[in-house]
Design a protein around this ligand. Structure first.
Ligand SMILES: [Zn+2]
Length: 155
């Protein structure tokens, strides 16, 4: 069975690029530099994802960029087998997911599951991936610590 990311050369995919706006230019520049940045509201202090002009919680207009950890858990996912654009044909099947950052916001992303078990609640980390000319904040499943085993080793 073919797994996601097996032999996918993401950088050569001819897929439609993101459409940057004045609100998202800083987001894409940070991603290109390997940083995941979200906006924190200067009024209610909440983080928001995706980039925007006003806070989605209090409508405050004082949003400042802040680096976040890129540590997250899978909230939900789907495996894509039928492409919506022919440029993605060499990447299927791939996983699209909503991941909840440990800081709170939820991001829509592509998840590099590879051969790890994929389930709601799985731990993942941001994995900046070059797709065409863009660096996209994909996420990758990571091994989770086994608390019981770690506890036993500590005795
Ligand atoms: Zn706010």
């Amino acid at each position: 069975m073919k797994h996601e990311a097996d032999a996918v050369d993401w950088a050569t995919l001819a897929v439609p690029p993101p459409t940057p706006t004045s609100s998202s230019l800083a987001y894409w520049a940070a991603a290109a530099a390997g940083r995941l940045e979200l906006q924190r509201c200067g009024v209610c202090r909440r983080l928001a994802s995706y980039p925007r002009e006003i806070c989605p919680y209090c409508w405050g207009k004082n949003l400042a960029w802040e680096v976040v950890s890129g540590h997250a858990h899978v909230q939900t996912f789907t495996r894509v087998h039928q492409v919506g654009h022919p440029g993605w044909r060499n990447a299927v099947p791939y996983v699209v997911a909503l991941v909840r950052l440990v800081e709170g916001p939820v991001m829509l992303t592509q998840l590099l599951a590879e051969e790890r078990p994929l389930y709601v609640g799985a731990t993942c980390r941001v994995a900046f991936t070059k797709v065409g000319d863009w660096t996209l904040p994909f996420f990758r499943l990571v091994d989770e610590p086994e608390p019981a085993r770690l506890k036993a080793e500590a005795i």
